[in-house]
Design a protein around this ligand. Structure first.
Ligand code: AMP
Ligand code: GLY
Length: 417
């Protein structure tokens, strides 16, 4: 089966790696891909927001499935354009993509579905924001930009001035709206449902680490590492999450004709009062995917095909009885302004239990490798237990050498110690 993957991050490298290992792989294309995907797929230079070009490349490559990695092309309607041309895609059309591209849209659907969330309010003016702050005086609250923000449009604060400045920026300069929320205390899980338009299956729980620094301190990032699976997400907790969050959401999506073929990602906070929904995303998580896919024991081509041909019901997706820990290796300055195109001096040898996924890397004519974005690589260790996986991931990360490379040393610790 020929597959085209859109995106250039470490998530897309992991998706390409899993597809390259498929027995059914008869052609793998990445648009644009990165220096890592180059070794296993044919990279097609271009932009994931150039929809006519994507459609023409999907036709030329004769891809049976187009797998859309990032949210931006989904929000722009790439799946609608592909399906108008008779090409199957793994991902939602533009209408359903609003579950992620508009936090207001996602939050309102959750409310209609009766899904537990933080106390929230939609704010169209700075005054609305400040009224919410005043009603919650002295408490930490969360201000969220409604539109897409790559995981960085969220401010947690108990300082009215700081919140006002954020609100002014989002509402007056970016012309967006804000969702204000009460601050939830607990731990986060990322749960992925594979949807086939009618039914769904769930994949093992992962945990992302959003804060930049050790001990979950510092600013929010796109994700500094992830671990999979999570022992506390046992069948009991999973059952509660399915009954109170996943099933009600899917029923509501069916009622509102929002179901699609692809992945629905539930960002969940497990609080003292039970699990609550933080957000919906309509694509795989980054960095969760890099820790999830190495544990997949079935053929990913079969899984994607089952999703796009409406036959996920009863699809048996096995996962190895192991743990995977992924560590993000970031550029100096990230998540603030960071350096790009830093020459990479050395990369470690990888193996079946130590995988390195590139994010946005490029290579010049002489074969020299350069970093791309703020998150540059994910080093993944796969072990019989967390400790083995974590030690391998750290060992691998320490051998990725470029100026200013940094990473967290405590990914997953909270869940295992
Ligand atoms: P979101 O884009 O909604 O997932 O928010 C990004 C991150 O901000 C989440 O992964 C959490 O770490 C944090 N966050 C968002 N909403 C809340 C909340 N109501 N309470 C506590 N933390 C939150
Ligand atoms: N890891 C969180 C996300 O992909 O949004």
């Amino acid at each position: 089966m020929k597959t085209l993957i859109l995106g250039n991050g470490a998530r897309e490298h992991a998706l390409a790696w899993a597809n390259a290992n498929s027995k059914r792989n008869s052609g793998l294309f990445c648009l644009p891909g990165n220096a890592g995907t180059m070794d296993i797929a044919l990279n097609i230079p271009g932009s994931v927001t150039n929809i006519p070009f994507i459609v023409s490349m999907a036709k030329r490559s004769e891809a049976k499935i187009v797998v859309v990695g990032p949210e931006t092309p989904l929000a722009m309607g790439v799946v609608d354009a592909l399906s108008d041309n008779g090409i199957r895609a793994f991902g939602p059309g533009q209408r359903s993509a609003q579950l992620e591209s508009s936090k207001t849209f996602g939050r309102e659907l959750a409310q209609r579905a009766g899904v537990p969330t933080a106390l929230s309010q939609y704010c169209r003016s700075v005054q609305d924001v400040m009224d919410f702050v005043q009603r919650n005086a002295g408490k930490t609250v969360v201000a969220k930009k409604s539109g897409l923000a790559a995981g960085k449009g969220v401010l947690e604060s108990d300082k009215p001035d700081e919140i006002k400045q954020f609100a002014k920026h989002v509402i007056e300069e970016e012309q967006d709206t804000i969702v204000m929320e009460s601050y939830l205390v607990g731990y986060e899980l990322s749960i992925f449902a594979i949807l086939d338009g009618q039914d769904y299956i769930l994949l093992p729980a992962c945990a992302d680490h959003k804060k930049a620094f050790e001990g979950n301190k510092g600013p929010n990032t796109g994700g500094m590492g992830a671990v999979c699976p999570i022992p506390s997400a046992d069948s009991k907790l999973f059952g509660v999450i399915e009954d109170t969050i996943i099933q009600p959401t899917i029923s509501q999506m069916k009622k509102e004709q929002l179901m699609y073929c692809g992945v629905l990602f539930f960002g969940i906070m497990v609080t003292g009062e039970g699990p609550k929904l933080l957000e919906y995303n309509v694509r795989f998580g980054d960095p969760e995917t890099q820790s999830l896919l190495p544990l997949l024991n079935c053929d990913i081509a079969d899984l994607f095909e089952a999703a796009v041909t409406h036959s996920i019901k009863g699809f048996h997706c096995e996962f190895a009885d192991k743990t995977a820990v992924g560590i993000t290796i970031a550029a100096p300055g990230y998540p603030g302004a960071y350096e790009r195109d830093i020459p990479v001096d050395t990369l470690p040898k990888t193996s079946k239990k130590m995988l390195l996924f590139h994010a946005g890397t490029t290579i010049d004519r002489s074969g020299k490798l350069y970093t791309g974005g703020g998150r540059c690589f994910t080093a993944v260790g796969i072990g019989h237990d967390y400790f083995e996986a974590h030690a391998d991931a750290l060992d691998l990360a320490s051998k990725v050498k470029f100026n200013g490379a940094w990473y967290r040393h405590d990914i997953g610790k909270f869940f295992f110690e």
